[in-house]
Design a protein around this ligand. Structure first.
Ligand code: GDP
Ligand code: MG
Length: 168
């Protein structure tokens, strides 16, 4: 059985906990519940003939803004960098966090999830912002924990990327 650790990274309120809840339990809640410490969930993903258990680490710092603790990142095979399209600040934070994660654990696959696509007409993050991420070589996906758009696909793509890493 292959088990892989995946960290959920991003500013406070971007939807990290909601994306995991949607993926693992097929639920969504409007209520904001602060994640305390680390919450760990597991789900099996099948890609081709391989079954991979994703061990999802939903991280939260006390200040919950930009903290990433190297000790919590250790051993991660991949991560999801979540941006809340409604808040430009979460975009800037994502760029900052990506650098810090890279410094902490080196280059592992990651996808940037542009979340809250159900409210696309109210986004502060612009198409040119998004183009700038693409130009950096980031892999971008749009989605919504609210209606489930893109969520299965995110974790499937991530698993595929993990399996492509030599000796993964
Ligand atoms: P976290 O701090 O990153 O774990 O963020 P949460 O998952 O707790 O979500 C923060 C708030 O955004 C909550 O009120 C959620 O209900 C809401 N939320 C999360 N994802 C979505 C989404 O895709 N669309 C909308 N409209 N709201 C969302
Ligand atoms: Mg949370």
């Amino acid at each position: 059985m292959i088990q892989k650790k995946v960290c959920m990274i991003g500013s406070f309120g971007v939807g990290k906990t909601s994306l995991v809840a949607r993926f693992v339990r097929s639920i969504f809640s409007e209520k904001y519940q602060t994640t305390v410490g680390v919450k760990i969930d597991k789900k099996v993903v099948e890609v081709g003939d391989k079954q991979v258990t994703l061990v999802l680490w939903d991280l939260a710092g006390e200040d919950a803004l930009t903290t990433v603790r190297p000790s919590q990142l250790r051993g991660a095979s991949a991560y999801v960098l979540v941006v809340d399209g409604l808040r430009r600040s979460t975009y800037d934070t994502a760029i900052d966090l990506q650098k810090r994660v890279d410094e902490a654990i080196g280059p592992v696959p990651f996808f940037c999830m542009l979340n809250k696509n159900d409210l696309r007409d109210r986004w502060e993050v612009t198409d040119s912002d998004i183009e700038a991420l693409r130009a950096k070589g980031w892999q971008l996906l749009y989605g919504s924990a609210l209606n489930g758009e893109g969520v299965e696909n995110l974790f499937r793509e991530l698993t595929t990327a993990i399996l492509k890493v030599p000796n993964a």
